[in-house]
Design a protein around this ligand. Structure first.
Ligand SMILES: Nc1nc2c(c(=O)[nH]1)N[C@H]1C(S)=C(S)[C@@H](COP(=O)(O)OP(=O)(O)OC[C@H]3O[C@@H](n4cnc5c(=O)[nH]c(N)nc54)[C@H](O)[C@@H]3O)O[C@H]1N2
Ligand SMILES: Nc1nc2c(c(=O)[nH]1)N[C@H]1C(S)=C(S)[C@@H](COP(=O)(O)OP(=O)(O)OC[C@H]3O[C@@H](n4cnc5c(=O)[nH]c(N)nc54)[C@H](O)[C@@H]3O)O[C@H]1N2
Ligand code: SF4
Ligand SMILES: [Mo]
Length: 716
């Protein structure tokens, strides 16, 4: 009998079945009875057993000793960790602790719950996470417009007639803030029922190839395109007059904001002709049901906040928010947005700022771009002790090389991680979690972002390796110890409560969230239906789900940020020049910076290549397979060239998450396919100043062929 589980690697939430083949090896298949994924999986799922068996995976707590590592007991590791954090906070103030929370935490409900509890205990302003190298602009816009950062609209893929995709490549990413397993089938279905899919992207991606139309866009100019689209909707009197008008404010201010931005004015900057811009806009009105979906490509740029604001506003004024076939909200069994509202986690910004760069906090977190300088800059509030939880910021945040140096200057660092990698290799302690097949799964976040309401809870199919510990246990144990160190009656009582909560386990908390949720489910009910339950299509919920009961179409902070955009347009920094613009890309068999230690995923040709348009390659004397120097304001890397007509002229693309050749990391397969890190080129000083989000797209670079020195006679 196969054991049921759920793949935690990406956002698609595929149901899987774990079995053994005739040689006793673990196999992974899609679960055809999962109501959401219906048997779909991608090649990464097959590699889940590799994590289980990987000899490089950390199997017991490790303490640095000289240049090596020794394994230590959990108790000794936890005692040291709690003591070092306590001492630093006592001697240097609460902000001497820094915490970085990486993206896999969002895939494990128990991690998320533990981190929510620990927010209060850490008591530091120096909290960072992968949000600010990803979807922070969306959180910001949702907070400013809808009043709740967690109210993510998702495209109602299975019912839409027109999907406009901006800055996303679901053919490869499997969908993001759009949990839609088998997404390409769903996109094909739009077309086979007579609908249309359009992709706006500097590269003709696999998603674009499968669409009706691809519209190339110059990197970093999304807000200009979107402003011109808003302009067209108003100028042509096509603003929808549906029920949304009764609960939306600021229509006039939105119109005024977009008034100067005609399609003609932005055509050269965006690289899109005025009639094409007009067409992109009116299609959203003319289609019976349309959705404008924008993701990472539009977020991780200088004006990410403006992009996500304008995209949401366009969905509203074309009548496509909260209606079937448009952008809709889920009704998840454990209702995170509702819980966020209940506990007051709606969002806030600027309550404090990073010392060096002056970047604002959002929702209690400072931008990851501020992290290195908060470690480096001496004085009050300097980070002395850092805890990373499932993150690899040396490869995933701008100027990783500088961050790596800053990590070495810390008094103490600990990493909760599966591997000794580019980040954790700088730590004094590495604390290993169980691998994915040894942990229970519920898609607390991703059921909230799904194109259809379902719920699935799966128990760990394999036993937990004995010397690994769930983050739930590690973090709550740490919390209890820190409170004890702090002393006093209140702290002692809270410490006892935390130990009790730890003992109760995360499943109990999940059970409570399910019981108070809109479907009044329970854990036992989900355990009785392990393939998952179908909770129906997305359904309209506005204005009921809005904390203020109203939407602001033109929040002051966002309208105000248009000044910064205008300056950039006026000073020419968004205009075409001789410099090439770097953008990112993902690969189906990668997962950000990890999963590169699985031999089956890494076989085949190298994927860490620089895509260059043939026209640019000719101009620069670059040849397929030849090496090139890529240089930016902060660094340089040497990388093989891949000449590709699908990338627009003037743009080059490098994937992130590579660069495994750094000293200290111990991932033998990854090291054999090291590649270079795109984040040795990206610059933490160039951010979306409004939100603090990192900029990965539209990074100016120069590219130069590497001169191959002819071998000398002696060598020959
Ligand atoms: N240039 C460029 N940079 C980017 C991006 C880009 O498009 N371009 N994308 C950005 C985006 S969207 C994101 S989300 C970030 C990701 O940034 P991060 O979250 O910092 O990096 P990951 O590469 O996801 O690293 C995850 C780490 O968690 C560990 N890990 C995996 N599973 C577990 C687990 O269950 N428990 C624990 N404790 N550890 C685990 C892995 O070994 C790895 O070290 O990267 C960003 N960086
Ligand atoms: N296989 C795989 N799947 C993944 C991941 C992975 O690393 N590998 N990472 C996961 C994570 S953490 C996330 S956040 C999601 C992200 O999922 P997606 O949002 O789909 O992200 P990408 O695949 O990076 O697609 C971004 C697209 O934006 C385009 N782009 C670049 N610059 C610009 C620009 O200025 N404007 C516009 N409009 N487009 C631009 C790029 O060419 C690219 O095609 O994927 C998740 N899924
Ligand atoms: S699409 Fe994502 S969730 Fe599905 S099998 Fe692949 S990695 Fe796992
Ligand atoms: Mo991400």
């Amino acid at each position: 009998m196969p054991l049921l589980h759920t793949c935690p690697l990406c956002e698609a939430l595929c149901g899987i079945e774990i079995d053994h083949d005739s040689n006793g090896r673990l196999t992974v298949r899609g679960d055809p009875q999962d109501p959401l994924s219906r048997g779909h999986i991608c090649p990464k799922a097959a590699a889940l057993p590799d994590l289980q068996d990987d000899p490089d995976r950390v199997r017991a707590p490790l303490r640095r000793q000289g240049s090596g590592w020794i394994s230590v007991s959990w108790d000794s590791a936890m005692t040291q960790l709690a003591e070092r954090i306590h001492r630093a906070q006592r001697d240097f103030g609460q902000n001497a602790l820094g915490v970085y929370i990486g993206s896999p935490n969002v895939h494990h409900y128990d991690n998320l719950l533990a981190l929510l509890v620990m927010g209060r205990v850490f008591q530091t302003h120096n909290r960072f996470s992968a949000s600010s190298v990803d979807q922070l602009p969306q959180l910001f816009s949702q907070w400013a417009m809808l009043g709740n950062q967690s109210l993510f609209p998702v495209p109602d893929l299975d019912r839409t007639d027109h999907l406009l995709i901006l800055g996303a490549n679901p053919a490869v990413s499997n969908g993001s803030i759009m949990t839609a397993p088998g997404v390409m089938k769903r996109l094909a279905a739009i077309r086979s029922r007579g609908g249309c899919v359009v992709v706006v992207d500097p590269r003709r991606t696999r998603t674009a190839q499968a669409a009706d139309r691809h519209v190339p866009l110059r990197p970093g100019t999304d807000p200009l395109l979107l402003l011109a689209m808003v302009h067209v909707i108003f100028a042509e009197g096509r603003v929808d007059d549906g029920a949304w008008r009764s609960f939306c404010d600021g229509l006039d201010r939105l119109e005024a904001a977009a008034a100067p931005w005609t399609p003609q004015r932005v055509a050269t900057l965006t690289g899109i002709a005025p009639d094409q811009i007009r067409r992109l806009a009116v299609e959203l009105v003319d289609a019976p049901r349309a959705a404008l979906y924008c993701r990472v490509g539009s977020c991780t740029q200088r004006f990410g906040g403006l992009s996500t604001w304008l995209a949401l506003a366009l969905n509203i004024i074309t009548g496509n928010l909260d209606r079937p076939g448009g952008m809709m909200f889920t009704t998840p069994a454990a209702d995170m947005p509702a819980l966020a509202a209940r506990f007051g986690w709606l969002g806030h910004t600027g309550a404090w700022r990073s010392r060096a760069a002056g970047l604002p906090e959002f929702g209690d977190e400072l931008p990851a771009c501020a992290m290195a300088s908060e470690l480096e800059l001496p004085g009050e509030d300097q980070v002395k002790v850092l805890l990373t939880v499932a993150g690899n910021p040396v490869l995933s945040t701008p100027n990783g090389t500088r961050l790596a140096r800053a990590l070495d200057g810390l008094d103490f660092m600990a990493s909760l991680d599966l591997y000794i990698n580019e980040t954790s290799s700088h730590a004094n302690l590495i604390l290993p979690p169980p691998p994915p097949l040894s942990r229970d799964h519920y898609g607390l976040v991703f059921h909230t972002l799904a194109v259809h309401n379902t719920a699935r809870y799966t128990k760990a199919p394999l036993e937990r390796p004995p010397r690994t510990r769930r983050e739930w246990d590690v973090l709550l144990d740490l919390g209890a110890r820190l409170l004890r160190h702090r002393g006093g009656v209140v702290n002692s009582a809270q410490s006892v409560a935390m130990t009790k909560l730890r003992g109760a386990g995360p499943a109990r908390v999940l059970d409570m969230a399910l019981r108070v949720g809109p479907h009044a489910l329970s854990l036992s009910r989900l355990q009785a239906t392990p393939h998952g339950v179908d909770l129906g299509p997305l359904s309209p919920c506005l204005p009921g789900r809005l904390p203020r009961g109203r939407i602001d179409l033109a929040p002051d902070l966002l309208v105000g940020d248009l000044r910064r955009l205008k300056v950039a347009v006026d000073d020419g920094s968004l205009a075409p020049t001789d410099r090439l613009l770097l953008v990112g890309r993902r690969d189906l068999r990668s997962n950000n910076s990890w999963m590169h230690n699985s031999a089956r995923l890494m076989k085949g040709r190298s994927r860490c290549t620089l895509l260059v348009n043939p026209q640019d390659a000719r101009a620069m004397g670059l040849v397929e397979g030849g090496l090139a120097w890529v240089r930016s304001a902060v660094g340089q890397v040497q990388v093989p060239v891949q000449v590709d007509p699908d990338i627009m002229p003037g743009v080059v693309s490098l994937p992130h998450g590579f660069g495994h050749g750094r000293e200290g990391s111990r991932q033998s397969v990854a090291a054999a396919h090291a590649g270079v890190s795109a984040n040795d080129l990206t610059d933490p000083a160039v951010v979306d100043e409004l939100t603090g989000n990192a900029v990965f797209n539209g990074v100016p670079v120069t590219v130069q062929a590497v001169e191959i020195q002819p071998a000398s006679r002696d060598e020959a």
